[in-house]
Design a protein around this ligand. Structure first.
Ligand SMILES: [Zn+2]
Length: 105
């Protein structure tokens, strides 16, 4: 049965993100210090996701109108060694991981 968007996001693991990064040709090493030890900043363990707020631009001056609390879920990760932070779109990663599982059967 097709998973819901929420289920795809909840199924994301740190190991899954590293698998995703390697498959996409992105480094899973810290861009700052080279460590491969990452921590999720608020994900799964406490049911929290970080998000980037989004909203409509005003016609006149292109400032952002109120977002009404809407945000795009992101995977915020912090290097355990030096504290460098990186983010990836949670839907992009979650959908890719779900597709891989479906391929495996
Ligand atoms: Zn680092």
């Amino acid at each position: 049965m097709e998973k819901t968007d929420r289920e795809k996001l909840d199924a994301i693991t740190l190991e899954g993100v590293q698998e995703y990064l390697r498959a996409k040709g992105a480094t899973d090493s810290c861009m700052s210090c080279g460590s491969t030890s990452w921590l999720f900043m608020g994900h799964n363990d406490d049911g929290l996701f970080f998000g980037l707020p989004y909203g409509k631009l005003r016609q006149q001056d292109s400032t952002l109108l109120t977002t009404h609390g809407r945000a795009r879920p992101v995977l915020a990760m912090m290097c355990y060694n030096c504290g460098f932070q990186r983010i990836h779109d949670a839907f992009v990663v979650g959908y890719w991981l779900d597709q891989q599982k479906n391929k495996e059967g």
